[in-house]
Write a protein that binds this ligand. Sequence first.
Ligand code: PHE
Length: 445
Amino acid sequence: MLKCCRQVFLPHLRLLSTQTPSPNLQASTIEIGNHVFQKDDWSNVTPKILSYIKSEKHLQKHHPLSIIRKRIVEYFYNTYKNNRGTPLFSVYDQVSPVVSVHQNFDNLLIPAGHPSRAKSDCYYINKHYLLRAHTTAHQIEMIKSGLDNYIIVGEVYRRDEIDSTHYPVFHQLDAVRLIGKEKLFGNFLDLEIFENDFKSNPQKIQTIISNSKCIDQSKQPCHTLEAVKLTEHELKSVLVGLTQHLFGDNIEYRWVDTCFPFTQPSWELEIYHKGDWMEVLGCGIMRNEILLNSGVSNSIGFAFGLGLERLAMILFDIPDIRLFWSNDSGFLTQFNEEDNRPNKYKAISTFPQCSNDLSFWLPEGVEIDNFSPNDFYDIARGIGGDMIEQITLVDKFKHPKTGKSSLCFRIVYRHMEKTLTQAEVNETHGKIAKVVSESFNVVIR
Ligand code: PHE
């Protein structure tokens, strides 16, 4: 059964906005980077929302969103290579989120008056520009610039409630692959991508497509069935492969027919997770009008888009989308992009952190490399126990005149069940200092 064609975005990301706009009413312009935009009655972007631009969580080292991004890109680099071993896909991860209404909607054949265009659902800068609601918005410009295979990653903005799975800013990764006749059919020279009557009269077939409301899931009239089936097979195999690369070979998945204005046919991939089916991505065969409008008339294309937060929440067991914006080192230090197996998130305490440094001189003649930080950690843990959340070596140096070496450790105290008082922290910190100075014969600075 086909779903009704109202939907543009994946359902789990659909908007349930109750937020009221709170624009800076005084100013008549909005400045973003070097650009000044004249405000009008469509402007509803707030200074708080604008402050997320360039936050680039998907590029922050060891951030779970960056780890997911890297894994997906690495999968595409390995899966698609030319005969010299060079990856076919190029990656764009710093494209400005400011797009025109044309880019976000018209270029993608999203009809005027479509609910996804509503002011209540998007962050408009003015009636012509908005903060992209999906990374799909860049399709035409990317293809026009000559790209056949690309991945774009960045943050997208949708007016939404803030709860454990919704946040007005989140990250998407979109990809496009265009396939020409030789690539698709190899030596079968009699096979064609396009139907004969489309070749003779492309205008006619285009009109049929744009006038039909809820479109045929089997194929676009311009494409031959064999071209669609081969492309569908490649698209689905690659995306199942990606899902297995991320979640393991045993992951249960299923394909569900859906409808996007910019692809036909369209599908969602769902995986079985903790007793529920969850959509992880939307995809489909690109509408041929988009390719024609990008200057491509001899290829068939597929496209997909996915949300990085949702994948990271599943992969790392992260319970709340707000954690991705946390600067709390208790969260950030849990993930490491060099680790091959994802470590599961461990709940961080909601009580405040208290950080104290401990510096000391090593005994004369003892070099920094002869001192093992692990010994220090063990002593500190033995005294502080679960009051200690993290310890890091923050500084080491050798005094140029005395030749003595100094180390500085930062201990972050935080209890899981209560707010620690400064006095409690000081007492434990003092004990650690005493035992360390006795055990290692060091002099506390
Ligand atoms: N843009 C869609 C979304 O926001 C995802 C998508 C991208 C679907 C490309 C099909 C093709 O959910």
